[in-house]
Design a protein. Structure first.
Length: 289
């Protein structure tokens, strides 16, 4: 004879609701534990940051420029518009070796102390390329940190500014060529005007045609020179990268008080939540013993 036993399945949804309700009740009843954990964590983290050893940090502000096409109307893609360029140049091995030799810092110290961050321009689109960056170096000695920060900023400007410098050189050569041609036209015009009064009727007709042609040529050259000067100003003031502020090293702590306090506060919150949820089980176990 076979006996069939029916076992009732546990209602998992009900158990979950009971557990969730118990956790919420524990949080409401002992809300002060997470708050206490946050406060203690912030205080401890801040004090630990203040107690850490003092170092020097220098910050330089670098403008990477905005490259335009030859006509000055369209922004072109290049090193300046790549968001990874500044960070890669600042931390590149070639930069580390060069700046370490110049500043006196060891490559290890320099590599550990370099930091870069973009400065977002207010009012620009989120997808617009960054133009301003902060380059900072942290280390144990003031002079070394100042020299290293300035050197890294200068290397960034030198590398990303190649396109703008070529344009500036070309525009200056174009303007110089226009000036030479305009000077030659001025001399030619003066000579023709001097000869005009003593020339025959046919000669005056020829000289008049020459003067008219030179005036047309003068107008074309002046317009070309004006456009070249405008494009030169654009290249020098907008496209050319430059260091806006080299920055001097100032004494600071190795750890940021704000960051240390935030991290310690988060850890305190987590510990406070765990203490709240484990309070009853631990208290029950202790009471039984």
């Amino acid at each position: 004879m076979t006996t069939t036993r029916q076992r009732s399945e546990p209602d998992l949804d009900v158990e979950r609701e009971v557990d969730l309700g118990r956790y919420l009740d524990a949080l409401v009843a002992r809300w002060w534990l997470p708050v206490l954990g946050i406060v203690l964590g912030v205080v401890v983290g801040y004090l630990l940051a203040l107690g850490s050893k003092e170092v020097y940090r220098a910050q330089a502000t670098v403008y990477v420029g905005t490259p335009y096409g030859p006509g000055g109307n369209v922004v072109v893609q290049g090193l300046n518009t790549n968001p990874s360029t500044v960070a890669r140049l600042a931390r590149g091995e070639e930069t580390i070796r060069k700046i370490a030799a110049e500043s006196g810092m060891s490559p290890r110290q320099l590599r550990a102390g370099i930091a870069t961050r973009p400065i977002k321009t207010v009012g620009t689109a989120k997808t617009a390329p960054n133009q301003l960056y902060v380059v900072s170096v942290q280390g144990p000695r003031r002079v070394e940190v100042t020299v290293a920060t300035s050197g890294i900023a200068q290397r960034i400007v030198d590398v990303v500014g190649g396109y703008a410098r070529v344009k500036i050189k070309s525009f200056k050569e174009e303007i110089a060529s226009d000036d030479r041609q305009l000077k030659a036209i001025e001399q030619q015009t003066s000579a023709a005007q001097s000869a005009l009064s003593s020339s025959s009727e046919l000669g005056r007709l020829t000289l008049g045609t020459l003067l008219l042609t030179t005036e047309q040529r003068r107008g074309t050259l002046q317009q070309d020179r004006l456009q070249a000067r405008q494009l030169l100003a654009l290249a020098e003031q907008v496209e050319l990268p430059q260091i806006l502020d080299r920055g001097a090293a100032t004494k600071t702590t190795a750890k940021s008080p704000r960051n240390s306090a935030a991290v310690a506060g988060l850890i305190g919150l987590i510990l406070g939540l765990l203490a709240t949820l484990l309070w009853e089980p631990i208290a029950a176990r202790t009471g039984r013993q």
